[in-house]
Design a protein around this ligand. Structure first.
Ligand code: NAD
Length: 460
């Protein structure tokens, strides 16, 4: 039993029958990642929109390495079955578009795919970056992909997702970790989204030799707010993926913090991240681990009030924890030594929120802080590129935590059901996305904000 009574009901024997008869929306069970799970659970269809496509061969190589059966004809019989047998993924190389007329080839490929992609399947469209095109017809065609993908995601069923990757000119060989994330069940709750690869110049790195089951092996990861909720799950997920975790939280959460640190075989640092010298305290604690590779700014608070009733103390506490503390810690990290401090090729991942993108009633302070996090990412990405490092953000939507369990029933049900996947996400969905940003192999993913929200209907 989950704490989502509606999902439990429509997935029960009798509930399924009643829901089917009266037309209640189903709640698909999403496939989630486990160590050793194959990249895809079945065959894939791979289409190319134009003869100028530059990513199909990269995709084919990744699928071949993962042992996936690949077909180019969307009506091909697969897996020893028929031309209607289910596939685990459909991928379109939509690079090289010269005008909107080229979009018809993508439609022609995807139309049969919409029925063929099975439960928790993946549809992935890979296109060029619109802003890199000068000619209006080319830019229009490239930009069209976003509307196509966001709409198709609202039509996909049984937990299948549809996402768009933009690949900067020359970045086609820097796609592997992104392809693996979006195709695998690590991205279970990322739906109807766009991610740009290689758009911040100056990145360096390689995915050669990556152990995809333990992609952060040997790395030291600091996770703030790790005593409970999403932070605790991030700590567990990074440890599962091979990192040594330093779990940070306020002293009053010391007992829970110690539990997290013990569970993941890491160390605990009791610290209020808003305290003077917090960045230095993190650096000095991590010296025993040989420095820092990954920092996850997860700690966050809400002090919800209508703006008409807001007071400045509450306002400042939200801005301090959710935004100022991150800015101050990042300054210390960036000024630290490459050897004993924040290492070259480091990763910073911060937690924004749907409220920072779409806004939320009663959350002006929280929304301001979480939108501020996006500005922080934008401005810090080029600074970190110079250090071979990256910064990215996740923007969770409705995630099943103590915070959302305490919401009034109506708000909670709306948060869950008004999304393409008709359910709340789990902390592990946010954690998997953070763990992917944290990989060394994600070196070309910089300055991105990715919503982990099951394509919640609130906001973009
Ligand atoms: P939570 O309240 O369960 O956990 C937050 C943790 O941060 C707590 O352990 C808390 O003690 C710690 N913390 C707070 N202030 C701190 C400080 N000054 N110094 C050190 N640690 C501090 O929250 P959660 O639901 O797990 O959320 C984690 C992050 O995800 C937050 O940034 C939150 O804004 C964001 N988020 C959550 C949701 C959701 O649906 N739960 C949605 C969007 C964004």
């Amino acid at each position: 039993m989950s704490n989502d009574w509606y999902s439990d009901f429509v997935n029960s024997g009798i509930g399924k029958a009643i829901a089917g008869n009266v037309g209640l929306p189903p709640v698909p069970k999403l496939r989630r990642w486990e160590p050793g799970q194959p990249l895809l659970s079945g065959p894939a269809l791979l289409g190319t929109a134009t003869a100028d496509g530059r990513v199909a061969k990269v995709v084919r190589a990744v699928l071949a390495e993962a042992g996936v059966e690949v077909h180019e004809d969307p009506n091909a019989p697969v897996g020893g079955g028929s031309s209607t047998s289910k596939v685990a993924a459909a991928i379109v190389d939509a690079t090289g578009l010269s005008s909107p007329a080229d979009l018809a080839a993508i439609q022609g490929f995807l139309t049969p795919c919409m029925r063929r992609v099975g439960p928790s399947g993946r549809i992935l469209v890979i296109g060029d970056v619109p802003a890199e095109a000068e000619r209006p017809a080319v830019r229009a065609a490239r930009r069209s992909l976003e509307g196509l993908v966001r709409s198709a995601a609202k039509e996909a069923r049984y937990g299948a997702t549809v996402n768009l990757i933009h690949v900067a000119d020359g970045a086609e060989n820097d796609l592997e970790s992104t392809l693996r994330f979006f195709l695998s069940s690590r991205s279970a709750f990322v739906d109807g989204q766009r991610l740009d690869v290689g758009t911040v110049p100056g990145y360096t790195g390689s995915s050669a030799g990556t152990d995809w089951d333990h992609p952060v092996r040997g790395k030291v990861a600091v996770v703030t707010g790790a005593a409970r909720g999403i932070g605790r799950t991030v700590a567990k997920t990074l440890a599962r993926d091979g990192a040594t975790v330093v779990a940070v939280d306020i002293p009053s959460a010391g007992e829970a913090l110690a539990r997290t640190a013990n569970d993941v075989g890491g160390t605990a640092l009791q610290l209020d991240i808003t305290a003077d010298g917090a960045g230095e305290a993190i650096l000095s604690h991590c010296e025993r681990h040989g420095g820092i590779d990954i920092v996850v700014h997860n700690a966050g608070i809400t002090r919800d009030k209508l703006l008409a009733n807001q007071d400045t103390d509450r306002w400042n506490s939200v801005i301090d924890v959710n935004l100022n503390a991150q800015l101050a810690i990042n300054d210390v990290l960036m000024a630290s030594s490459d050897d004993t401090g924040f290492h070259r090729g480091g990763r910073i991942i911060t937690v924004s929120s749907m409220a920072g993108i779409a806004g939320n009633r009663g959350q002006t302070a929280y929304g301001a802080s979480k939108a501020g996090v996006i500005g922080l990412v934008d401005a810090t990405a080029p600074l970190l590129a110079a250090k071979g490092a990256t910064i990215n953000a996740v923007a969770p939507g409705f995630i099943e935590t103590d915070m959302t369990a305490a919401m009034p029933v109506g708000t909670r049900e709306a948060g869950r059901r008004l999304s393409s996947l008709t359910q709340g996400g789990l902390p592990v969905d946010v954690a998997e996305t953070i763990a992917w940003f944290a990989q060394g192999a994600s070196y070309a993913v910089n300055g991105q904000v990715l919503r982990v929200d099951g394509q919640n209907y609130l906001g973009a």
